[in-house]
Design a protein around this ligand. Structure first.
Ligand code: SF4
Length: 251
């Protein structure tokens, strides 16, 4: 039975009691047949350059401290990036740019992220995806996005005591985040705010708790960076703004 076929209260994400438990449980999820097939096929066939790798081939959990004040949200793991290394944004050009920028502003211990055991640490920032399995052509279906959504909503709910700002890396992340933030206890305005690079929206908590500020940022994909749509300077500036909104110090 798929998670989509389960009543909302029976989604596997509802059975976990902590973010540590969620990070483990999500790696066993098989709710999306197409994505399970794709991620495992990529892990079996491998890219020629990575024939020596033992691919992860499973859903990729979030990375970074579980009490982070800032959360970055991407799209989904790359077939030969996160799906190979088992760490989000690790082993592909998008991740190279993102981790270098985090290092530049003082939120990462090193500028590169190449494997799960490379010693990288993030400071006050966690990175996650709305879809945890590598999709063909980096394009999950709406059903797959919605099936994976409760994992993100639950992750954000566990982090509510510490999160103060969230960055949506691209329009897909933005659209995925609005319902997830709402489910996790923040008020999303109507009409829904529109994605754009530099968009900022303050979302009050529904229970009087701390609000969270949502930032829009172009995705760090080669398509955006190679065309100059997103430059390293733009990325650094936006991440620094989001970090400051979260109360983090940058350099
Ligand atoms: Fe499970 Fe999400 Fe992967 Fe679908 S995309 S199989 S819901 S982890």
């Amino acid at each position: 039975m798929t998670a989509a076929a389960l009543p909302p209260s029976r989604h596997p994400a509802d059975s976990v009691h902590s973010l540590a438990e969620l990070d483990e449980a999500v790696t066993h999820c098989r709710a999306c047949p197409r994505l399970v097939g794709w991620r495992e096929e990529a892990a079996r066939v491998k890219r020629r350059a990575y024939q020596d790798w033992e691919y992860w081939g499973r859903p990729v959990p979030g990375f970074g401290p579980r009490d982070a004040a800032l959360v970055l949200v991407g799209l989904a793991p790359a077939a030969h990036g996160g799906n190979r290394t088992g760490r989000i944004f690790t082993g592909d050009p998008s991740g190279d740019l993102l981790y270098a920028a985090l290092y530049d502003i003082g939120l990462a211990s090193q500028p590169t992220s190449v494997s799960r055991d490379d010693g990288l640490e993030l400071y006050g920032v966690r990175i996650t995806d709305p879809v945890r399995c590598a999709p063909p052509d980096n394009k999950p279906s709406v059903t797959e996005r919605d099936t994976c959504g409760p994992w993100l909503a639950r992750e954000l709910a566990f982090m509510r005591p510490t999160i103060r700002s969230v960055v949506a890396l691209g329009g897909f992340a933005w659209q995925s985040l609005l319902p997830a933030l709402s489910a996790a206890g923040w008020e999303v305005p109507r009409p829904r705010p529109v994605f754009g690079h530099g968009a900022r929206v303050l979302l009050p908590a529904t229970d009087g708790g701390p609000s969270v500020e949502l930032f829009g940022c172009y995705h760090v994909s080669p398509r955006n960076t190679n065309t100059g749509r997103l430059t390293t300077a733009m990325l650094r500036r936006l991440l620094a703004d989001a970090a400051h909104a979260a109360g983090l110090r940058t350099r």
